[in-house]
Design a protein around this ligand. Sequence first.
Ligand SMILES: Nc1ccn([C@@H]2O[C@H](COP(=O)(O)OP(=O)(O)OP(=O)(O)O)[C@@H](O)[C@H]2O)c(=O)n1
Ligand SMILES: C[C@](O)(CO)[C@H](O)COP(=O)(O)O
Length: 238
Amino acid sequence: MSGATVWAVVPAAGRGTRFGGEVPKQYLQAAGRPLIEHALTTLLAHPQVVGAMVALAADDARWPGWTSLQGKPVLCCVGGGERADSVLAALDALPADAPTNALVLVHDAARPNLAADDLDRLIAAATAHADGAILGAPVRDTLKRADTECTIVATEPREGLWRAFTPQAFRRDALSAALRAVRASGVLATDEAMAMERAGARPLLVEGREDNLKVTTPADLVLADYLLSRRASVGASG
Ligand SMILES: Nc1ccn([C@@H]2O[C@H](COP(=O)(O)OP(=O)(O)OP(=O)(O)O)[C@@H](O)[C@H]2O)c(=O)n1
Ligand SMILES: C[C@](O)(CO)[C@H](O)COP(=O)(O)O
């Protein structure tokens, strides 16, 4: 398939403290496979994605040691203390022959239910829009601001507000520079788009499925298992 060279960057060096338990959540199973495997499989199944770089914790003892999935290379590097550090480490570890202006898709290992059609639309949008693009969804609930006692102190306007998902797709060189700059400023970028925005970019929001959930708590894993098991059964039935 024609189109830009695309690399997947998967931050997977987290500890899953909000989830709890001994096993880092990216290695917990849903529909019989680790969350990280679901994420990598969908990313690498896209014809434009040429490989994946996975950022792992320095003491990761559970990485299965994949060197390829879907017939494409799976590389790994050591991540950092924050998610943004892990993303930057992965960008720096990309192969020397990966073009500096290659499109990179940064996708959380903890988001196992990425849909192939959402991925395809995101890549098309990020290829056409110089400032990149991210998957997300408009906020559809009323938003409340709470005080430390969980008492409502305000209702916040939701017009124009979106929830940011991943993948977030940007040109490799621009994203590396933006992440370095935001780190040097002492600000914690909770997603790649934040770093790009601070660098003056205006990334595009591409509406994706709400079930592209990030597994953060045990309840999320229950939902992810249901969604992925259902996807597998629908796929098996053709
Ligand atoms: N220093 C870090 C922190 C997070 N991540 C990754 O970034 C993704 C999203 O982060 P999050 O959901 O916050 O995962 P954790 O940091 O593991 O969760 P927690 O904040 O509850 O510890 C996950 O795939 C996680 O593995 C990472 O690569 N490096
Ligand atoms: C990148 C992200 O998934 C976009 O919503 C989110 O910011 C990750 O946050 P986390 O606290 O690192 O899970």
